[in-house]
Design a protein around this ligand. Structure first.
Ligand code: CU
Length: 120
């Protein structure tokens, strides 16, 4: 019975559908890839910012946020790291701004974000 529950938990978390429902991601959820590597963000044009994000449960959450950020007009590159809870973004300050990016993260499931001024 426990095995079935674990299996279903993995299934619920695994699809690339990016559905990370609430806090249901099991600990063994695949902690996969970041969308863009930090290096890509460093190399990208535009203003760079680091956000601290609360509420990610696994790598899929990070992928979900990164995809949402990269879909924003004006974002040149975004990388979200589940393990550090940090999102690094390169964006065109003429097209978008920090508050808008934070709002996008908040709209993506229920993550909270703020500017990380501890710097990386
Ligand atoms: Cu997750």
């Amino acid at each position: 019975m426990l095995r079935v529950a674990l299996f279903l938990g993995v299934l619920a978390c695994a699809p690339a559908a990016l559905a990370c429902e609430g806090g249901d991601c099991p600990a063994n959820c695949p902690m996969s890839s970041q969308t863009a590597q930090n290096d890509d963000v460093d190399a990208a044009a535009g203003t760079k910012i680091v956000l601290a994000i609360d509420g990610m449960h696994c790598g899929k959450c990070a992928d979900h946020i990164a995809a949402a950020l990269e879909a924003v007009d004006g974002v040149n590159a975004a990388s979200v790291d589940y393990t550090t809870g940090r999102a690094k973004i390169a964006f065109d300050a003429k097209k978008t701004n920090v508050d808008a990016l934070i709002a996008v993260v908040k709209q993506t499931d229920d993550f909270s974000a703020k500017v990380d001024d501890s710097k990386s």
